[in-house]
Design a binder for this molecule. Sequence first.
Ligand code: PAN
Ligand code: ZN
Length: 191
Amino acid sequence: MWAELSTCLDLDAGVIVGAPVVRRHLSDLAGCFADRAAYAALRAGEDPLLYTVSGVEAADGAGDLHYGLGVLFPGRVGGEYFMTKGHLHARRDAAEVYIGLRGEGCMLLEDEATGESRMEPLGQGRVVYVPGHAAHRTINTGRVPLVYIGVYPADAGHDYGAIAAKNFRMVVVERDGKPAMVARDGLNIQQ
Ligand code: PAN
Ligand code: ZN
């Protein structure tokens, strides 16, 4: 007997109706942003909500899929845009498809073995294929919430520790009013 097979997106509320919601605040992203002083200054305030994920994880068999609706709010920490924590999948070869529904942004991808990094556009009408073995992070480069869906194998799992330990090599910052991917090491700030 199949469980419920369809859900309803409430894009204005930023949720999948009836699905549990995870909320990530600035304090959940300690160590993620390059500009430590800018992070501390913003943390001294109200600990803003950076993003929410409303997830459907109903089917758990081999070959099943999970999906989540993400809403990432606009803002910056120093020059760096608001972003998700980022992770690798615990099952490293598990890929994922991201579908942009509203707003403007990008995904930062980093191959775990080679460090190869890519900034791929993710906004309304854009789809990004995240290959296996790629750490992935979503970034809002616009002025309104970035709303997207991610679909991934049910047994993918989330490994936050591996990428958090060394952090992504690249950061996405605003340069001349536009998003640019630059090396974290090359930033001229106290990290
Ligand atoms: C997404 C992410 C979502 C939030 O559903 O979980 O964008 O990002 P973090 O999990 O890095 O906080 C996904 O990639 N699932 O596998
Ligand atoms: Zn993922």
